[in-house]
Write a new protein. Sequence first.
Length: 90
Amino acid sequence: GVSHLIIMDNGEIDLDHLFVEPAFIGHGIGGLLWRHAVDQARLMGARALVLGADPNARPFYEHMGAVVVGEIASPVVTGRSNPLMRYELS
């Protein structure tokens, strides 16, 4: 698996990628990557983690505590909207 964070100017961190090889989904790797990303964002002093989630990953992020705050255009599928999600770090 892999995760990638982008520091933004507004005190937020963009969780740009969190990906687990499909054969390993359901083995706890996504949760480990999520917790590591949250820990790193806190260490960097961010107030929130934001992400554009794949619609199929939305239940995972909701389970982790993120909430949908809007929609954004999918960077992969033309004409599809992805949920814009936010996780407060305070």
